[in-house]
Design a protein around this ligand. Structure first.
Ligand code: ACO
Length: 704
């Protein structure tokens, strides 16, 4: 199979474009697309194709793709589903480079076979396919609007990639109302071939695109997406809206790792890892995108809040904490800089409070300070409507101070609260792309996202390396369990996997007689734990198959007999493989470590507050694997219980480095041994620094 090497740029900037199913009927989608292409000012060659021939919007209509003399870079297909495969085959033979399949009625309705055939034909001929089930694509650099959107698209700097066609079409209208210009909007649909990762490759290099907004419903090839997003956020911000925060899917998962993971938690964690900003609503996403597209980048992280009201000032201070914005705190310098504009009963502390009597000229002066002061990097300007501020001055004051900030290359956002005059001002100013909001949190969140996207460029932890583990030994254990027709490993097999990976486990051996149990016990030393080994008894404690705190030879013999007796009584036909004699693990900090192969994102590692309260505390963090030690440390720092590892109230620091090592080893197992689908170790008991850890109870699921 040939996979096309055509530059993805051709999809966005084609020199020639065919519309298969271009219609003379002005009500049909095939006409609307033609109309948008022609009225949008596309400068390339346009080839409408329709068996009737004739002319559409001044363009000669070809009866067949084969009749076109020249090359065709992109062909859009707008004919009923049953004819699409034939059209694709003919385009492939003609040497068309990219296809946009608008037509619905493929995998989204269960017609997966036809979609597969389309992909097979396309791949065979080196052609790439966007869709099916899409509304098309708009590309500002080519002035190409091959969508069937109702209104015109404003050219600009925001790129939108959307999986939902209907939402995408609606967004075109909404961006026009909000005066948000687009560099491109692409409908991805069923992603039979081209997916988000392919499109990001173009957007990374496209200079028109300053910020990317993605609407995602499901991820198909997550590992590629992670790598593309990592590279994209190095150069420009990515905002994502993902539907499906529901926990229902997670409920069905078998292990803690599965149920705590939930697909949405994983999505969230991976987006953070990639430096992607996640928005909850369309409005939030639009606000952020618009701000990110137009704001200068901050040179440092010190912001100042300037207000005429104490209440909104406090709200903004809270919002700054939520969005990790640092406030400028040099009190002497603040006093010196703002003293002349703040009345004696106001405050020069940050928030700088001009008080309720502030007029436009006071704001002018106060908002000029940050633009000239090298210590202040960004401004949050707040205004509460008062009778002393002439409402007609509001828009000019904001426009002028906004311009001063732009000229100084410093970010500013405004939150203005009040009645009709204020609301009118918001509409007018927003239309002119001035970042004005009717709510303090909205305004501050925009600045917060600017800082977050800048930080994400520098905070990435870099390349990752797998741990050196004995994969052959692990595979042999899996072979044995599969030959035994099991989808899980027995406790002793789990321990053997951990040993092969170099994860520290309690010393343990399986005894097949009382004499052997005593011999092992004397080797390991006391205290000890003894556990039944039987594939027929999964809940060992319920069966009386566990004995704790064994301190001497006599207790070993008693426990051996009691365990066998209890288990035979519990399940008479249970096959007993022996009794595991284990070192009894000393108390330490209990952590849960898990890893699994996620259907969308591939290998995932989980870590959190462990022990029996893991489900109650739900204090866990996830990462897509591979990652390096620095990323593992970031993961641990996300835990609310991280201070337990640092040591509280004079306790010594725990062996965090050893735990990080274990996380990477567990990730390596999942990545390198594809038949292992789930690993959960609960608890991993972590001891003081340099004293290591013990992985006490590992459950491992496998698949043939
Ligand atoms: N080559 C060239 N032209 C052809 C061919 C062919 N092989 N076969 C048919 N045509 C012509 C037809 O003669 C017709 O032209 P005419 O109007 O001059 O007679 C034209 O192509 C269209 O064919 P119709 O049979 O009239 O199909 P219609 O336009 O009704 O529907 C469509 C086609 C729009 C692709 C439909 O099948 C469909 O899938 N609609 C859903 C599209 C959609 O919503 N996509 C997702 C977008 S995102 C969202 O949800 C908004």
């Amino acid at each position: 199979m040939t996979k096309n090497s055509s530059n993805i740029r051709t999809l966005f900037e084609p020199k020639s474009f065919a519309v298969i199913g271009a219609s003379h009927d002005t009500d049909k989608i095939g006409y609307k697309i033609m109309n948008n292409i022609v009225s949008g000012g596309y400068a390339g060659k346009v080839y409408p194709i329709n068996p009737q021939g004739g002319e559409i919007l001044g363009n000669r209509v070809y009866k067949n793709i084969e009749d076109i003399e020249g090359d065709v870079d992109v062909a859009s297909v707008v004919i009923p589903a049953k004819f699409v495969l034939d059209a694709v085959t003919r385009c492939a033979k003609k040497g068309v480079k990219f296809m946009q399949i608008i037509t619905s009625g493929f995998s989204e309705t269960g017609n997966t076979e036809e979609e597969k055939k389309i992909v097979a034909v396309a791949r065979e001929h080196g052609m790439r396919v966007l869709g099916p089930n899409i509304f098309g694509l708009y590309s500002a650099p080519a002035s190409l609007n091959s969508t069937f959107s109702a209104g015109t698209v404003l050219p600009g700097h925001v790129a939108i990639l959307t999986q939902s066609g209907a939402l995408g079409i609606a967004l075109i209208g909404k961006t026009a109302v909000e005066n948000i210009g687009l560099s491109t909007i692409v409908s991805i649909g069923n992603k039979c071939d081209i997916d988000e990762a392919d499109l990001l490759e173009y957007l990374i290099k496209n200079d028109d695109t300053r910020v990317i907004l993605m609407y995602i419903e499901g991820v198909k090839n997550g590992e590629r997406l992670i790598s593309a997003l990592m590279r994209t956020t190095d150069t420009k911000p990515v905002v994502v809206i993902k539907s499906g925060r529901s926990k229902r899917g997670a409920m069905a998962a078998a292990s803690h790792t599965g149920s705590l993971a939930g697909s949405d938690n994983i999505f969230d964690a991976i987006m953070k890892q990639c430096g992607v900003i996640r928005a909850d609503s369309i409005d939030e996403a639009f606000n952020w995108c618009k701000f990110l597209a137009f704001s200068p980048k901050p040179k440092g992280n010190k912001s100042v809040i300037i207000t005429n009201g104490g209440g909104v000032g406090v709200m903004a201070t809270d919002a700054c904490e939520r969005y990790a914005i640092d406030l400028y705190d040099d009190q002497a310098e603040l006093k010196r800089a703002f003293e002349s504009v703040v009345p004696s009963f106001g405050s020069t502390k940050n928030p700088v409070d001009l008080t309720g009597g502030a007029k436009a000229q006071d704001y002018d002066l106060a908002l000029s300070v940050p633009t000239a002061n090298p210590g202040i990097d960004a401004t949050i300007a707040l205004y509460c409507e008062t009778a002393t501020f002439e409402s007609a001055d509001l828009v000019p004051m904001i426009k002028a101070t906004h311009k001063k900030h732009l000229d100084a290359g410093k970010p500013v956002c405004y939150a203005i609260v009040g009645g009709t005059a204020v609301e009118d001002a918001i509409i007018r100013l927003r239309h002119d792309n001035v970042p004005v909001y009717g709510d303090v949190y909205q305004a501050v969140s925009c600045l917060g996202m600017l800082y977050r996207s800048e930080r994400s460029k520098t905070e990435k932890t870099g390349p990752a390396e797998d741990a050196d583990i004995d994969i052959a030994a692990i595979n042999r254990i899996v072979d044995g369990a599969l030959a035994d027709k099991r989808s899980f490993l027995l406790a002793n097999e789990g321990s053997a996997v951990m040993r092969a990976a170099g994860v520290s486990i309690p010393q343990t051996k399986v005894a097949h007689s009382i004499e052997q149990a005593v011999q092992i016990a004397e080797e390991i030393g006391y205290p000890l734990v003894m556990k039944i080994v039987s594939k027929d008894i999964l809940h060992k404690s319920d069966a009386g198959g566990v004995a704790l705190d064994i301190d001497n030879k006599e207790e070993v013999m008693d426990a051996y007999e009691a365990i066998i007796k209890n288990c035979q009584a519990y399940k008479a036909d249970a096959h007993i493989d022996g009794i595991e004699v284990c070192e009894m693990v000393q108390k330490g900090t209990e952590i849960i470590v898990g890893a699994r192969r996620d259907a969308s994102f591939g290998p995932i590692v989980m870590c959190g507050f462990g022990g029996i309260y893991v489900e109650v505390m739900k204090d866990v963090a996830f990462r897509g694997y591979p990652f390096n030690k620095a990323e593992a440390m970031k993961m641990l720092k996300e835990l609310r219980s991280f201070p337990l590892l640092l040591g509280v109230r004079g306790e010594p620091r725990k062996d965090i480095e050893g735990l990080i090592d274990a996380l990477i080893k567990v990730g390596t197992i999942i990545r390198k041994c594809p038949r292992i689908t789930d690993i959960e170790i609960n608890p991993v008991v972590v001891y003081e620094q340099k004293r290591g850890h013990k992985a006490v109870d590992s459950r491992i699921l496998i698949t043939g």
